[in-house]
Write a new protein. Sequence first.
Length: 255
Amino acid sequence: MEENKIPELLPIKIESLILPNPYVGIAQEAFEEKTQLILSADINANLIEIKPDGIVYLPGVHYRQVLNKAFGAGAWALLPKNAYADQVQNRLFYHGALFVHGRFMAESVGEQQYHPNNPIMTYATALEGAKTDCLTRCCKDLNIAHQLWEPQYIRAWKKDFAIEVWCVALGDSGKSKKGDKKKLWRRKYADPLAWPWKEEKMQGEGEPKQKMPSVNIPPPETIHEKPKQQNGNVTPAQQNAMRNTLKKIVDIVTK
């Protein structure tokens, strides 16, 4: 095995050992309305993350939380069907199928780039990332985090939550060579990118001062309600002011 190359993985083919019919219960019936509302609920914009290449995503833990809330822990599973590696591009793939209550829901292939020079990334970590990516793609068929597949929402989220920054490559990786520079994405107010691209500020450039994101912030009129209009569109405060003015006029006249 060459240095800094991922090992060749033995294929994991177990579907025939578990299910004679891998698509059992497919499209059998709709879920109850309460479950559908949980699956299709709008996600909190503050939970969304962005990759350096500009792809927005919801961390895998939140998909699992939605599935547990909708169906209960133990009522769903991601059946592994195959796992393999591309040693040329250092990329791992995970092929799996999502089942709920023993019924087939969706099937997909997840992927994860392996960075051999990253001291905190192992083969197991990379494969786990590919598994989570597979689950994320399967959940799309259940309408979970549907906003992340809507271009208008993605553009609006990037405008409020993300920023492009100049970075320099710390080593050779794929088509990039050490010292190459390009713009990458990260969240506003997040720590600077550090690996495998290191963020730098070009001369005359820096992160502009940004206002806090306005997404999910209610308009002022819903935070501080305007006083209700009474007695011919005159508010109680206006009535008191008029009484005080009249009283002053009377005091002046009667003196």
